[in-house]
Design a protein around this ligand. Structure first.
Ligand SMILES: Nc1ncnc2c1ncn2[C@@H]1O[C@H](COP(=O)(O)OP(=O)(O)OP(=O)(O)O)[C@@H](O)[C@H]1O
Ligand SMILES: [Mg+2]
Length: 363
């Protein structure tokens, strides 16, 4: 990370009834940076965000802002804005009263409150809507009012918990681009929470992938996609086919993997992998990194087309090979269901990743 840590989550742990919802989680967020917590339902994203906001106390660990420990500081004294997963607007109050909510409790003068509300509503492109009732707004507009309410006190840090979850797909995509532009425009340090990989890719400077309360990997989207540290990261971000193999030779982060039919593919392994010749591996492949080939040629696995799908920009093929199933993207229609085909990596080892099988999987 180039920027100095502005907000630091330092070894946070939160245990509910003996089970850690967040486990020894450390993350540094630079000033003006947007970092996304990405992970499946129940992995501890909301719990982490609530600890950062101060609504939840960690069992151990610290939240540090600009070098100052704020772990025991009350939420309203942290200067953080938050949009909750189920955004709680007051339906019986006007838009203006909703946005002013946090400002009134902060004890600002009336004229100042009015100016802040107007500015926040302008930022979310709802200028002049102070007098409208919240119930008369669309879901997307309500979402923006919730964001305006979080922005109005001009917080140093913005915490957003799946703020777009109530929007339809098209609106969601547009809103997340606007949101990034807005947050980057103000230069506000942001932690964003989602379980949606595309959303994380669109919005974030860096992504922190969570699983079972722990961080699996933190980095820019390209790094996580092209150099996944774990099989979980490789499969959670983007699509991947898989085939079983055995490591034949190892050279640094490159491993030759012996697959079925005596075919070998070079694959990338994470730097931390404990791998040596003879180690059983699972080879994960990105669909855009594979291509069809004549099936008697060298380095080509043969298989049967199981499924074909037209996805607009590409044709998607699912091919069952010995020891696995691969997905292949092609620009033009290539093969029908049931056909025998050959498959090879386009530009090995790009998009081909090997992971050591766990002991339980080796039996
Ligand atoms: N107040 C609580 N009491 C007991 N268990 C809790 C509490 N809050 C969360 N948990 C548990 O902690 C784990 C993490 O929950 P959390 O809400 O942080 O997940 P999440 O990643 O935000 O999930 P989602 O994507 O579904 O919102 C879950 O197993 C959840 O059941
Ligand atoms: Mg949640």
């Amino acid at each position: 990370m180039s920027e100095q840590a502005f907000l630091e989550l330092d070894r946070l742990t939160r245990i509910y009834a003996g089970t850690p919802a967040v486990h020894d989680l450390s993350l540094q967020v630079g000033e003006h940076e947007i970092v996304t917590l990405l992970g499946p339902s129940g992995c501890g994203k909301t719990t982490t965000l609530r600890i950062v906001a101060g609504f939840e106390q960690p069992d151990s660990g610290r939240v540090v802002l600009g070098g100052r420990d704020v772990t025991r500081v009350a939420p309203q004294k942290r200067g953080f804005g938050m949009v909750f997963q189920h955004y709680a607007l007051f339906p019986h109050l006007s838009v203006g009263a909703n946005v002013a909510f946090g400002l009134e409790t902060a004890g600002l003068a009336k004229a100042e409150i009015g100016a802040n509300v107007a500015r926040a509503l302008e930022l979310v492109r709802l200028p002049g809507t102070e007098g409208r009732s919240v119930a008369s707004l669309s879901g997307g507009q309500q979402q923006r009012v919730a964001l305006a309410r979080a922005l109005a006190p001009e917080p140093q840090v913005l915490l957003l918990d799946e703020p777009l979850s109530n929007l339809d797909a098209a609106l969601r995509e547009r809103t997340r681009r606007e949101l990034r532009a807005l947050v980057k425009g103000i230069g506000i340090t942001t932690i964003y929470v989602t379980h949606d990989q595309e959303e994380a890719f669109d919005l974030s400077d860096r992504i922190a992938v969570m699983r079972d309360g722990r961080l699996e990997q933190v980095g820019p989207a390209e790094e996580l996609y092209h150099q996944p540290a774990t099989e979980f990261v490789a499969t959670f971000l983007g699509r991947a086919g898989q085939v079983e193999g055995v490591a034949a030779s190892v050279r640094g982060d490159l491993v030759d993997c012996r697959l079925a039919e005596g075919v070998s593919w070079p694959a990338l392994v994470p730097p931390s992998a404990q791998i040596e010749p003879g180690t059983p591996v699972r080879v994960l492949t990105r669909p855009e990194a594979l291509t069809f080939a004549a099936h008697d040629a060298e380095g080509v696995l043969s298989g049967t087309v199981d499924e074909t799908r037209f996805a607009g920009s590409v044709y998607v093929y699912t091919v069952t090979v010995e020891g696995g199933q691969l997905e292949i993207h092609a620009r033009s229609a290539q093969a029908r269901i049931g056909r025998r085909v050959g498959v090879r990596p386009l530009d090995p080892p790009r998009g081909v990743h090997a992971f050591v099988l766990s002991a339980a999987e080796r039996v």
